[in-house]
Design a binder for this molecule. Structure first.
Ligand SMILES: *Cc1c(COP(=O)(O)O)cnc(C)c1O
Length: 446
Protein backbone atom coordinates (compact mmCIF):
# COMPACT_ATOMS: atom_id res chain seq x y z
CA UNK A 1 0.00 0.00 0.00
CA UNK A 2 1.29 3.44 -0.87
CA UNK A 3 1.86 5.72 2.13
CA UNK A 4 0.29 9.12 1.50
CA UNK A 5 0.93 12.38 3.34
CA UNK A 6 2.05 11.87 6.93
CA UNK A 7 1.46 8.08 6.85
CA UNK A 8 4.51 6.11 7.99
CA UNK A 9 5.50 2.83 9.61
CA UNK A 10 6.67 3.40 13.19
CA UNK A 11 9.32 1.44 15.10
CA UNK A 12 6.69 -0.94 16.48
CA UNK A 13 5.84 -1.96 12.93
CA UNK A 14 2.51 -0.17 13.05
CA UNK A 15 0.98 2.16 10.51
CA UNK A 16 0.99 5.70 11.83
CA UNK A 17 -1.02 8.63 10.41
CA UNK A 18 -0.66 12.23 11.56
CA UNK A 19 1.73 11.01 14.24
CA UNK A 20 -0.94 8.67 15.68
CA UNK A 21 -0.46 4.91 15.94
CA UNK A 22 -3.42 3.35 14.12
CA UNK A 23 -3.61 0.42 16.56
CA UNK A 24 -4.14 2.96 19.34
CA UNK A 25 -6.75 4.82 17.26
CA UNK A 26 -8.60 1.54 16.72
CA UNK A 27 -8.46 0.81 20.45
CA UNK A 28 -9.65 4.31 21.36
CA UNK A 29 -12.40 4.81 18.78
CA UNK A 30 -13.31 1.31 17.59
CA UNK A 31 -13.50 0.03 14.04
CA UNK A 32 -14.43 0.55 11.32
CA UNK A 33 -12.93 4.00 11.58
CA UNK A 34 -12.36 6.71 8.99
CA UNK A 35 -9.05 8.43 9.69
CA UNK A 36 -8.23 11.70 7.89
CA UNK A 37 -4.74 13.16 7.64
CA UNK A 38 -5.58 16.82 8.26
CA UNK A 39 -2.18 18.05 7.15
CA UNK A 40 -2.56 16.34 3.79
CA UNK A 41 -5.99 17.94 3.24
CA UNK A 42 -4.46 21.35 3.96
CA UNK A 43 -1.48 20.65 1.71
CA UNK A 44 -3.76 19.76 -1.20
CA UNK A 45 -5.80 22.95 -0.69
CA UNK A 46 -2.60 25.01 -0.68
CA UNK A 47 -1.20 23.31 -3.78
CA UNK A 48 -4.20 24.41 -5.83
CA UNK A 49 -4.16 27.94 -4.43
CA UNK A 50 -0.41 28.38 -4.81
CA UNK A 51 -0.55 27.08 -8.36
CA UNK A 52 -3.13 29.73 -9.24
CA UNK A 53 -1.25 32.50 -7.44
CA UNK A 54 1.72 31.71 -9.65
CA UNK A 55 -0.37 32.29 -12.80
CA UNK A 56 -1.36 35.85 -11.95
CA UNK A 57 -4.96 35.08 -12.94
CA UNK A 58 -7.98 35.92 -10.82
CA UNK A 59 -9.37 32.64 -9.47
CA UNK A 60 -11.51 30.71 -7.05
CA UNK A 61 -10.79 27.14 -5.99
CA UNK A 62 -14.08 25.68 -4.80
CA UNK A 63 -13.93 22.40 -2.91
CA UNK A 64 -16.65 20.09 -4.28
CA UNK A 65 -18.06 19.17 -0.89
CA UNK A 66 -20.03 16.17 -2.15
CA UNK A 67 -16.74 14.21 -1.90
CA UNK A 68 -16.78 14.56 1.89
CA UNK A 69 -19.05 17.09 3.54
CA UNK A 70 -18.91 17.44 7.30
CA UNK A 71 -18.72 20.59 9.40
CA UNK A 72 -15.06 20.22 10.41
CA UNK A 73 -14.12 19.80 6.75
CA UNK A 74 -15.97 23.04 5.92
CA UNK A 75 -13.92 24.76 8.62
CA UNK A 76 -10.65 23.60 7.07
CA UNK A 77 -11.79 24.65 3.60
CA UNK A 78 -12.60 28.12 4.90
CA UNK A 79 -9.32 28.40 6.80
CA UNK A 80 -7.43 27.45 3.65
CA UNK A 81 -9.17 30.21 1.68
CA UNK A 82 -11.13 27.99 -0.69
CA UNK A 83 -14.73 28.35 -1.82
CA UNK A 84 -17.29 25.56 -1.49
CA UNK A 85 -19.62 23.77 -3.90
CA UNK A 86 -22.84 22.28 -2.58
CA UNK A 87 -25.40 20.20 -4.46
CA UNK A 88 -28.24 19.87 -1.98
CA UNK A 89 -30.01 21.52 0.91
CA UNK A 90 -28.24 19.10 3.26
CA UNK A 91 -24.79 20.14 2.08
CA UNK A 92 -25.78 23.81 2.19
CA UNK A 93 -27.11 23.34 5.71
CA UNK A 94 -23.86 21.66 6.78
CA UNK A 95 -21.77 24.51 5.37
CA UNK A 96 -23.92 27.23 6.94
CA UNK A 97 -23.93 25.46 10.30
CA UNK A 98 -20.13 25.37 10.11
CA UNK A 99 -20.16 29.15 9.62
CA UNK A 100 -18.85 28.95 6.07
CA UNK A 101 -19.08 32.40 4.39
CA UNK A 102 -22.20 32.22 2.16
CA UNK A 103 -20.66 34.45 -0.49
CA UNK A 104 -18.09 31.73 -1.17
CA UNK A 105 -20.74 29.00 -1.64
CA UNK A 106 -21.77 27.84 -5.12
CA UNK A 107 -24.96 25.82 -5.54
CA UNK A 108 -24.93 23.01 -8.13
CA UNK A 109 -27.42 20.39 -9.19
CA UNK A 110 -29.61 19.38 -12.11
CA UNK A 111 -32.85 19.43 -10.15
CA UNK A 112 -32.73 22.00 -7.39
CA UNK A 113 -36.08 22.12 -5.64
CA UNK A 114 -37.86 25.43 -5.00
CA UNK A 115 -37.05 24.98 -1.30
CA UNK A 116 -33.37 24.50 -2.06
CA UNK A 117 -33.27 27.62 -4.22
CA UNK A 118 -35.07 29.60 -1.54
CA UNK A 119 -32.63 28.37 1.07
CA UNK A 120 -29.72 29.49 -1.10
CA UNK A 121 -31.26 32.90 -1.78
CA UNK A 122 -32.15 33.46 1.87
CA UNK A 123 -28.59 32.61 2.87
CA UNK A 124 -27.33 35.02 0.19
CA UNK A 125 -24.93 32.52 -1.34
CA UNK A 126 -22.39 33.64 -3.91
CA UNK A 127 -23.57 31.86 -7.03
CA UNK A 128 -26.04 29.40 -8.50
CA UNK A 129 -24.78 27.13 -11.25
CA UNK A 130 -27.94 26.94 -13.32
CA UNK A 131 -28.49 23.67 -15.12
CA UNK A 132 -31.65 24.07 -17.21
CA UNK A 133 -34.36 26.46 -18.45
CA UNK A 134 -36.86 25.52 -15.75
CA UNK A 135 -34.36 26.44 -13.04
CA UNK A 136 -33.48 29.69 -14.80
CA UNK A 137 -37.07 30.90 -14.59
CA UNK A 138 -37.71 29.49 -11.13
CA UNK A 139 -34.62 31.20 -9.75
CA UNK A 140 -35.63 34.49 -11.40
CA UNK A 141 -39.12 34.27 -9.85
CA UNK A 142 -37.91 33.37 -6.37
CA UNK A 143 -35.29 36.14 -6.51
CA UNK A 144 -37.96 38.62 -7.60
CA UNK A 145 -40.13 37.71 -4.61
CA UNK A 146 -37.16 38.62 -2.44
CA UNK A 147 -36.19 41.70 -4.47
CA UNK A 148 -32.77 40.13 -4.92
CA UNK A 149 -30.40 39.70 -7.80
CA UNK A 150 -28.83 36.23 -8.03
CA UNK A 151 -25.41 35.67 -9.57
CA UNK A 152 -25.34 32.70 -11.91
CA UNK A 153 -23.12 30.56 -14.04
CA UNK A 154 -24.69 28.46 -16.78
CA UNK A 155 -23.61 24.85 -16.80
CA UNK A 156 -22.78 23.94 -20.37
CA UNK A 157 -21.72 20.64 -21.88
CA UNK A 158 -18.90 21.46 -24.26
CA UNK A 159 -18.82 18.00 -25.82
CA UNK A 160 -15.61 16.88 -24.13
CA UNK A 161 -15.55 13.92 -21.81
CA UNK A 162 -12.33 13.11 -20.06
CA UNK A 163 -11.70 9.51 -19.14
CA UNK A 164 -8.67 8.74 -17.03
CA UNK A 165 -6.06 8.52 -19.77
CA UNK A 166 -7.96 9.79 -22.78
CA UNK A 167 -10.69 12.23 -23.61
CA UNK A 168 -13.60 11.69 -25.89
CA UNK A 169 -15.01 14.47 -28.00
CA UNK A 170 -18.62 13.42 -27.83
CA UNK A 171 -20.15 15.76 -30.38
CA UNK A 172 -23.82 15.73 -29.49
CA UNK A 173 -23.76 15.33 -25.75
CA UNK A 174 -26.08 12.85 -24.10
CA UNK A 175 -26.04 14.02 -20.50
CA UNK A 176 -28.55 14.83 -17.82
CA UNK A 177 -26.46 17.88 -16.92
CA UNK A 178 -26.40 21.31 -18.41
CA UNK A 179 -27.09 23.17 -21.63
CA UNK A 180 -25.67 21.64 -24.76
CA UNK A 181 -23.24 23.87 -26.64
CA UNK A 182 -23.44 22.21 -30.01
CA UNK A 183 -27.21 22.14 -30.43
CA UNK A 184 -27.57 25.82 -29.55
CA UNK A 185 -29.28 25.42 -26.21
CA UNK A 186 -26.33 26.96 -24.35
CA UNK A 187 -26.57 30.05 -26.54
CA UNK A 188 -30.32 30.28 -25.98
CA UNK A 189 -29.72 29.95 -22.23
CA UNK A 190 -27.44 33.01 -22.37
CA UNK A 191 -30.05 34.98 -24.34
CA UNK A 192 -32.71 33.97 -21.84
CA UNK A 193 -30.55 34.84 -18.82
CA UNK A 194 -29.85 38.30 -20.15
CA UNK A 195 -33.60 38.95 -20.35
CA UNK A 196 -34.30 37.88 -16.78
CA UNK A 197 -33.97 40.92 -14.56
CA UNK A 198 -33.23 39.22 -11.27
CA UNK A 199 -30.23 37.31 -12.64
CA UNK A 200 -26.64 38.45 -13.00
CA UNK A 201 -24.85 36.24 -15.51
CA UNK A 202 -21.17 35.82 -14.57
CA UNK A 203 -20.23 33.23 -17.15
CA UNK A 204 -20.27 29.52 -17.84
CA UNK A 205 -19.33 26.28 -16.13
CA UNK A 206 -18.11 23.00 -17.58
CA UNK A 207 -17.12 19.78 -15.81
CA UNK A 208 -15.63 17.13 -18.05
CA UNK A 209 -15.26 14.04 -15.85
CA UNK A 210 -13.36 12.54 -12.94
CA UNK A 211 -10.07 10.72 -12.23
CA UNK A 212 -8.42 12.71 -15.03
CA UNK A 213 -4.69 12.08 -15.37
CA UNK A 214 -3.93 14.29 -18.38
CA UNK A 215 -4.25 17.99 -19.13
CA UNK A 216 -5.57 17.81 -22.69
CA UNK A 217 -9.23 17.42 -21.71
CA UNK A 218 -9.06 20.73 -19.83
CA UNK A 219 -7.22 22.38 -22.73
CA UNK A 220 -9.94 21.35 -25.17
CA UNK A 221 -12.65 22.50 -22.77
CA UNK A 222 -10.91 25.89 -22.38
CA UNK A 223 -10.75 26.24 -26.15
CA UNK A 224 -14.43 25.36 -26.64
CA UNK A 225 -15.58 27.61 -23.81
CA UNK A 226 -13.54 30.55 -25.11
CA UNK A 227 -14.99 30.07 -28.55
CA UNK A 228 -18.47 30.13 -27.02
CA UNK A 229 -17.64 33.24 -24.99
CA UNK A 230 -16.45 34.98 -28.15
CA UNK A 231 -19.65 34.04 -29.98
CA UNK A 232 -21.74 35.47 -27.14
CA UNK A 233 -19.71 38.69 -27.17
CA UNK A 234 -19.92 39.06 -30.95
CA UNK A 235 -23.61 38.27 -31.28
CA UNK A 236 -25.07 39.48 -27.99
CA UNK A 237 -22.53 42.10 -26.95
CA UNK A 238 -22.07 40.44 -23.54
CA UNK A 239 -18.75 39.60 -21.90
CA UNK A 240 -18.31 36.79 -19.37
CA UNK A 241 -16.24 37.55 -16.28
CA UNK A 242 -16.00 33.98 -14.93
CA UNK A 243 -15.13 30.65 -16.54
CA UNK A 244 -15.50 27.58 -14.34
CA UNK A 245 -13.71 24.48 -15.60
CA UNK A 246 -14.96 22.05 -12.94
CA UNK A 247 -13.09 19.31 -11.09
CA UNK A 248 -12.02 15.77 -11.79
CA UNK A 249 -8.30 15.93 -10.99
CA UNK A 250 -7.06 12.37 -10.49
CA UNK A 251 -5.68 10.73 -7.36
CA UNK A 252 -3.75 7.57 -6.64
CA UNK A 253 -5.84 4.63 -5.49
CA UNK A 254 -3.63 1.88 -6.93
CA UNK A 255 -0.17 1.44 -8.28
CA UNK A 256 -0.44 2.60 -11.90
CA UNK A 257 -2.66 5.56 -11.10
CA UNK A 258 -0.53 8.51 -12.10
CA UNK A 259 -2.07 11.81 -11.05
CA UNK A 260 -0.26 15.01 -12.03
CA UNK A 261 0.72 17.56 -9.40
CA UNK A 262 -1.91 20.30 -8.98
CA UNK A 263 0.54 22.80 -10.44
CA UNK A 264 0.62 20.88 -13.74
CA UNK A 265 -3.16 20.86 -14.15
CA UNK A 266 -3.48 24.50 -13.15
CA UNK A 267 -0.51 25.60 -15.24
CA UNK A 268 -2.03 23.97 -18.31
CA UNK A 269 -5.47 25.40 -17.61
CA UNK A 270 -4.05 28.89 -17.08
CA UNK A 271 -2.00 28.73 -20.29
CA UNK A 272 -4.96 27.45 -22.27
CA UNK A 273 -7.23 30.18 -20.95
CA UNK A 274 -4.65 32.93 -21.51
CA UNK A 275 -3.87 31.75 -25.05
CA UNK A 276 -7.44 31.15 -26.14
CA UNK A 277 -8.93 34.32 -24.69
CA UNK A 278 -6.03 36.56 -25.75
CA UNK A 279 -6.24 35.16 -29.27
CA UNK A 280 -9.85 36.35 -29.35
CA UNK A 281 -8.94 39.74 -27.79
CA UNK A 282 -11.17 38.83 -24.87
CA UNK A 283 -10.55 40.29 -21.41
CA UNK A 284 -9.09 37.51 -19.23
CA UNK A 285 -11.90 36.05 -17.12
CA UNK A 286 -11.64 34.80 -13.57
CA UNK A 287 -10.97 31.05 -13.55
CA UNK A 288 -12.82 28.85 -11.12
CA UNK A 289 -12.14 25.17 -10.54
CA UNK A 290 -13.82 22.57 -8.33
CA UNK A 291 -11.57 19.80 -7.02
CA UNK A 292 -13.30 17.28 -4.75
CA UNK A 293 -11.57 13.91 -4.79
CA UNK A 294 -8.11 15.44 -5.17
CA UNK A 295 -8.52 17.48 -1.97
CA UNK A 296 -9.62 14.66 0.36
CA UNK A 297 -9.26 11.30 -1.39
CA UNK A 298 -5.70 10.39 -0.47
CA UNK A 299 -6.05 11.91 3.01
CA UNK A 300 -8.54 9.24 4.09
CA UNK A 301 -7.73 5.76 5.41
CA UNK A 302 -10.31 3.29 6.71
CA UNK A 303 -9.37 0.93 9.54
CA UNK A 304 -11.15 -2.40 9.92
CA UNK A 305 -10.78 -5.34 12.29
CA UNK A 306 -10.45 -8.74 10.66
CA UNK A 307 -13.13 -11.21 11.76
CA UNK A 308 -13.85 -14.50 10.07
CA UNK A 309 -11.41 -16.05 7.61
CA UNK A 310 -12.77 -18.60 5.15
CA UNK A 311 -10.27 -20.63 3.17
CA UNK A 312 -11.59 -22.55 0.17
CA UNK A 313 -8.51 -24.62 -0.71
CA UNK A 314 -7.41 -24.18 -4.28
CA UNK A 315 -10.06 -21.52 -4.84
CA UNK A 316 -9.78 -18.46 -2.66
CA UNK A 317 -9.31 -17.22 0.88
CA UNK A 318 -11.96 -14.77 2.08
CA UNK A 319 -10.95 -12.41 4.86
CA UNK A 320 -14.01 -10.66 6.30
CA UNK A 321 -13.84 -7.26 7.99
CA UNK A 322 -16.27 -5.44 10.28
CA UNK A 323 -17.44 -3.01 7.57
CA UNK A 324 -17.85 -3.12 3.81
CA UNK A 325 -20.24 -1.63 1.27
CA UNK A 326 -21.98 0.34 4.01
CA UNK A 327 -18.86 2.46 4.64
CA UNK A 328 -17.38 2.10 1.12
CA UNK A 329 -19.89 1.28 -1.61
CA UNK A 330 -17.55 2.16 -4.48
CA UNK A 331 -16.20 -1.36 -5.19
CA UNK A 332 -19.72 -2.83 -5.27
CA UNK A 333 -21.14 0.15 -7.15
CA UNK A 334 -18.63 0.46 -9.95
CA UNK A 335 -15.77 -1.91 -9.41
CA UNK A 336 -13.50 0.66 -7.74
CA UNK A 337 -10.14 -0.79 -6.66
CA UNK A 338 -8.17 -0.12 -3.49
CA UNK A 339 -4.87 -0.98 -1.82
CA UNK A 340 -4.59 -2.15 1.79
CA UNK A 341 -2.12 -3.37 4.41
CA UNK A 342 -2.09 -4.90 7.87
CA UNK A 343 -1.71 -1.81 10.05
CA UNK A 344 -0.66 -3.80 13.13
CA UNK A 345 2.01 -5.84 11.28
CA UNK A 346 3.15 -3.41 8.65
CA UNK A 347 6.67 -4.85 8.40
CA UNK A 348 5.66 -8.51 8.02
CA UNK A 349 6.31 -9.91 4.58
CA UNK A 350 3.43 -10.67 2.26
CA UNK A 351 2.87 -14.41 2.14
CA UNK A 352 -0.59 -15.02 0.74
CA UNK A 353 -3.17 -13.58 -1.60
CA UNK A 354 -6.59 -13.06 -0.07
CA UNK A 355 -9.83 -11.28 -0.90
CA UNK A 356 -11.35 -8.80 1.52
CA UNK A 357 -15.06 -9.28 2.11
CA UNK A 358 -17.49 -6.94 3.82
CA UNK A 359 -20.06 -8.09 6.34
CA UNK A 360 -23.21 -7.21 4.42
CA UNK A 361 -25.67 -9.78 3.13
CA UNK A 362 -24.68 -9.32 -0.52
CA UNK A 363 -22.25 -11.47 -2.46
CA UNK A 364 -21.22 -8.25 -4.17
CA UNK A 365 -20.02 -6.81 -0.88
CA UNK A 366 -16.32 -7.31 -1.59
CA UNK A 367 -13.84 -4.53 -0.82
CA UNK A 368 -10.70 -5.88 -2.51
CA UNK A 369 -10.06 -8.92 -4.69
CA UNK A 370 -6.66 -10.64 -4.66
CA UNK A 371 -4.64 -8.65 -2.19
CA UNK A 372 -1.17 -9.78 -1.09
CA UNK A 373 -0.83 -9.76 2.70
CA UNK A 374 1.09 -11.48 5.48
CA UNK A 375 -0.82 -14.52 6.79
CA UNK A 376 -3.94 -12.83 8.14
CA UNK A 377 -5.36 -13.66 11.56
CA UNK A 378 -8.61 -12.80 13.23
CA UNK A 379 -8.12 -9.57 15.16
CA UNK A 380 -5.61 -8.05 12.73
CA UNK A 381 -6.12 -4.41 11.78
CA UNK A 382 -6.61 -3.80 8.07
CA UNK A 383 -5.98 -0.31 6.66
CA UNK A 384 -7.45 0.62 3.26
CA UNK A 385 -5.92 3.75 1.75
CA UNK A 386 -7.35 6.60 -0.38
CA UNK A 387 -10.83 6.33 1.12
CA UNK A 388 -11.28 10.04 1.85
CA UNK A 389 -13.56 10.85 -1.07
CA UNK A 390 -17.00 9.37 -1.78
CA UNK A 391 -16.77 6.88 1.10
CA UNK A 392 -18.25 8.48 4.20
CA UNK A 393 -20.24 10.63 1.78
CA UNK A 394 -21.83 7.54 0.25
CA UNK A 395 -22.16 5.48 3.42
CA UNK A 396 -25.52 3.86 4.15
CA UNK A 397 -27.38 2.06 6.87
CA UNK A 398 -27.86 -1.11 4.82
CA UNK A 399 -28.36 -4.08 7.11
CA UNK A 400 -28.90 -1.40 9.77
CA UNK A 401 -25.17 -1.21 10.27
CA UNK A 402 -24.12 1.88 12.18
CA UNK A 403 -21.93 4.37 10.28
CA UNK A 404 -18.37 4.56 11.63
CA UNK A 405 -16.85 7.54 13.37
CA UNK A 406 -14.64 9.97 11.46
CA UNK A 407 -11.51 11.37 13.07
CA UNK A 408 -8.98 13.95 11.98
CA UNK A 409 -5.39 13.29 13.03
CA UNK A 410 -2.62 15.87 13.09
CA UNK A 411 0.69 16.23 14.97
CA UNK A 412 0.04 13.23 17.18
CA UNK A 413 -3.46 14.29 18.23
CA UNK A 414 -6.82 12.85 17.15
CA UNK A 415 -10.19 14.60 17.12
CA UNK A 416 -13.59 13.11 16.45
CA UNK A 417 -15.33 15.08 13.68
CA UNK A 418 -18.26 12.69 13.27
CA UNK A 419 -19.34 10.45 16.15
CA UNK A 420 -20.04 6.79 15.49
CA UNK A 421 -23.75 6.19 15.00
CA UNK A 422 -25.71 5.04 17.99
CA UNK A 423 -28.50 2.46 17.62
CA UNK A 424 -30.83 5.42 17.98
CA UNK A 425 -29.27 6.95 14.83
CA UNK A 426 -30.18 3.75 13.02
CA UNK A 427 -33.71 3.18 14.34
CA UNK A 428 -34.63 6.51 15.91
CA UNK A 429 -36.67 7.83 12.98
CA UNK A 430 -38.86 4.72 12.89
CA UNK A 431 -42.47 5.18 13.90
CA UNK A 432 -44.79 2.37 14.95
CA UNK A 433 -48.36 3.42 14.11
CA UNK A 434 -50.83 3.11 16.94
CA UNK A 435 -52.59 0.11 15.35
CA UNK A 436 -49.30 -1.82 15.23
CA UNK A 437 -48.30 -1.12 18.80
CA UNK A 438 -47.73 -4.12 20.93
CA UNK A 439 -50.70 -4.53 23.26
CA UNK A 440 -49.87 -5.01 26.91
CA UNK A 441 -50.44 -8.57 28.10
CA UNK A 442 -53.80 -8.87 29.90
CA UNK A 443 -53.16 -9.02 33.61
CA UNK A 444 -54.07 -12.44 34.91
CA UNK A 445 -56.69 -12.31 37.61
CA UNK A 446 -55.77 -13.86 40.89
C1 LIG B 1 -18.36 15.83 -8.84
C2 LIG B 1 -18.10 17.17 -9.35
C3 LIG B 1 -16.89 17.81 -9.04
C4 LIG B 1 -15.79 17.15 -8.27
O1 LIG B 1 -15.27 16.05 -8.96
P1 LIG B 1 -13.96 15.33 -8.38
O2 LIG B 1 -13.75 14.20 -9.34
O3 LIG B 1 -14.30 14.87 -7.02
O4 LIG B 1 -12.88 16.33 -8.39
C5 LIG B 1 -16.72 19.11 -9.47
N1 LIG B 1 -17.69 19.74 -10.18
C6 LIG B 1 -18.86 19.15 -10.50
C7 LIG B 1 -19.87 19.90 -11.26
C8 LIG B 1 -19.10 17.85 -10.10
O5 LIG B 1 -20.25 17.26 -10.43
Amino acid sequence: MHLHGTSAINNRGHLEIGGCDTTQLAADYGTPLYVFDEQLIRTRCREFRDAFLATGLQFQVAYASKAFCVKAMCRIVEEEGLSLDVVSDGELYTALQAGFPPQRIHFHGNNKTPQEIEMGLDANIGCFVVDNFMELHLLNELARERKMKASILLRITPGVEAHTHEFISTGQTDSKFGFDMENGSAFRAVQESLKLEQLRLLGVHSHIGSQIFEVDGFEIAADKVSRFAAQVRDELDYTFTVINLGGGFGIRYMEGDTPLPAARYIGAIADAVKNNFSARSYPLPEIWIEPGRSIVGEAGTTLYTVGSVKDIPGVRKYVAVDGGMTDNPRPALYGARYEAMLANRALDVEEEVVSIAGKCCESGDMLIWDLALPVVRTGDLLAVSSTGAYNYAMASHYNRIRKPAVIFVKDGAADVVVRRDTYEDVAGNDVIPERLRKQPEPIAKA
